[in-house]
Design a protein around this ligand. Sequence first.
Ligand SMILES: NC(=O)c1ccc[n+]([C@@H]2O[C@H](COP(=O)([O-])OP(=O)(O)OC[C@H]3O[C@@H](n4cnc5c(N)ncnc54)[C@H](O)[C@@H]3O)[C@@H](O)[C@H]2O)c1
Length: 254
Amino acid sequence: MAGLLEGKCALITGAGAGIGRGAALTFARHGAKVAVVDVAPETGEETARLIRAEGGEALFIKCNVALAADVKLMVDRVVSTFGRLDCAFNNAGVETSLLKLAEDTEENFDRLVAINLKGVWLCMKDEINQMLRQGGGGAIVNTASTAGLVGTELHAIYTATKHGVIGLTKTGAIEYAKNGIRINAVCPGGTETPMLQRLIPELKQRGRIMGAMTPLARTARPEEMGEAAAWLCSDRASFVTGHSLVADGGLTAR
Ligand SMILES: NC(=O)c1ccc[n+]([C@@H]2O[C@H](COP(=O)([O-])OP(=O)(O)OC[C@H]3O[C@@H](n4cnc5c(N)ncnc54)[C@H](O)[C@@H]3O)[C@@H](O)[C@H]2O)c1
């Protein structure tokens, strides 16, 4: 049986670590050619090497998703290398330290909005324009969070950016449905990545806190988010658009 993404050309942002790296490996295992996009060249190159070591096809592209010129060059490079763009997983995002809303800083606000919200919009904009130019539709998945659905203590700015990502996802889905472009989001719960490790550095404490919050009583592996994004990008999800797929071990079901 052909892979879920056999023959598809995909780009994944934030693919140098965590969920993005897990997704890049997952997409490649499902048969996609993968553009590994990250602001950090060492870890991004390493993800591309890991894919090639498994026999997949990968290209690393350095790009800061908060910069319009970088994003434009990045999409151009994907197309000049692979010939087209079928799927995009806009996943790059950053966190802040844990602060109550009135204690946080303007600097944190501007940084999170620039990367988590404007970065997703800039990527969607150039990806959609490329998909319109080449014809034949496409699929875009954005990484939101459970913080895109509910309020999360000590994460006000992050939560606002993730609610915004869901707004971009729903509106884009409506506007480009007639062009065959499906746009969805994934909402991860606690996932074992460098980001979660920065937020809760100690392993036992991380397990205890996330386990208590999560009915499945564990954190997710990055590849589990990769599988959700791969399915949304695949033709098997052909009638799914404007959806936010919650992959949180039951965290928001309580
Ligand atoms: N880990 C979790 O528990 C969790 C839960 C919900 C949502 N998320 C979301 O999932 C996404 C990935 O998170 P993660 O945990 O893998 O994070 P991570 O910090 O482990 O990895 C993020 C990757 O994004 C890259 N990146 C950061 N800023 C960038 C920029 N401006 N341009 C390009 N690349 C950039 C980093 O270099 C890094 O390789 C984020 O959007 C995050 O908000 C994570």
